[in-house]
Design a protein around this ligand. Sequence first.
Ligand code: MG
Ligand code: ZN
Length: 361
Amino acid sequence: MKLISSLFLLLLLLSTVPTYAMEQPAPKNIILLIGDGMGIAQITAGKIVNKHLNLEEFKHLGLLMTHSGNALVTDSAASGTAMATGYKTDNKMIAVSHEGTPLKSIVEYAQEANKAIGLVVTSSITHATPAVFAAHVDNRKSQTLIAEQLSKSGIDVLLGGGWGYFVPNTVKGSFRNDHKNLLDKLAEQTTVIQTEKEFNELDDVDSVVGLFARKALPKADKRKPGLPELTSKAIQILSKNQKGFFLMVEGSQIDWAGHDNNSNDIIKEVIDFDNAIGVALAFAKNNIETLVLVTADHETGGYAIHDGSIIKQQVTDGQFTHSHHTAEMVPVFAYGPGSSDFTGIGDNTKIGKILIAYLKK
Ligand code: MG
Ligand code: ZN
């Protein structure tokens, strides 16, 4: 009788042991969407105006601390590095340690696992957030150097702005001070496009570099192609790889609207970013080995909603405490295999650490 009851107790204990997703098969595809500067208030404003957000489909939510190695308030380089590599570094540093040593990124692990890689942004592709996934430099301002590393990275899909960093100084609009033509170099290995027309007419390619502006892409309501279309195209191309893919999509300009203390622009950029999230979710629903993560690198502006209307779907009084970033925790939303690994309160390095653990499997 004693044996039976202790067996029963053991069974009861075993049945309550949580099944951590780390013990489950790793996701085949990973889509990481980063809303630069997107805190809780930014998301709330987007929901008030749009009524519903695709973000509401996510059932696993967490919060992340974002401080960098040398400051309570991070920049996008340090927080991006934390997410891309799993390690804290100092502000301005792109996937290198505080001493300047390169830190291996998710992209490099994913390439070793023969996965296809894509980076899709609305800033220049050489900007801090995409750069942490493809370059190792000690200063985010070295965008011409980042462009060189990007062109040698072997990344399959690069979509965004910033052709000015890739063309020689003999070309009008170049940001380079040398004669290197990185677009010509890239064109030897992949399809290089620069216009909306070329994007719409893109054949059945396995890789593409699309840089549609000299620097950043236009604001959300002027962007063509828009972030949802770019995301859709990237997924279409990357998902051809039998081994799966890693895709990073950045809503780059939510941050800039925060720096500008422009509530209306924040809302437009958040809704646009949410539409890109919708594209990723639709793919994940049909391809269940796909993990979709949505997070932010930090909050920008100390944004708060002081007045508006649910009925009229408007924010009439958005206030700001700052024109720079803040140290507030940011949310992380997870959907698909492994999503329960991202719940609770954690640190932004958790993103890199967990994703790299999946890729090492
Ligand atoms: Mg950014
Ligand atoms: Zn910023």
